[in-house]
Design a protein. Structure first.
Length: 62
């Protein structure tokens, strides 16, 4: 399943691991997602939302 917040659209960030010997390998920072039951369009729906949106109050839990 895609690591994308349904409210803000935030996705994973990409970068490199750099070791002490400066060996470079690909890595990725995933979004901190939580499955919450929220009020969407007058009903309840289970959506995956990042914790930043939950803390900001952009999601009304049902």
């Amino acid at each position: 399943m895609a690591q994308i917040c349904t409210v803000c659209g935030k996705g994973p960030q990409f970068g490199n691991n750099i070791s002490h010997a400066h060996n470079v390998t690909k890595r990725r920072w995933n979004v901190n997602l939580r499955a919450v039951k929220a009020k969407v369009g007058g009903g309840r729906k289970r959506i995956r939302v990042c914790t930043r949106c939950i803390k900001a109050g952009k999601v009304v839990k049902a």
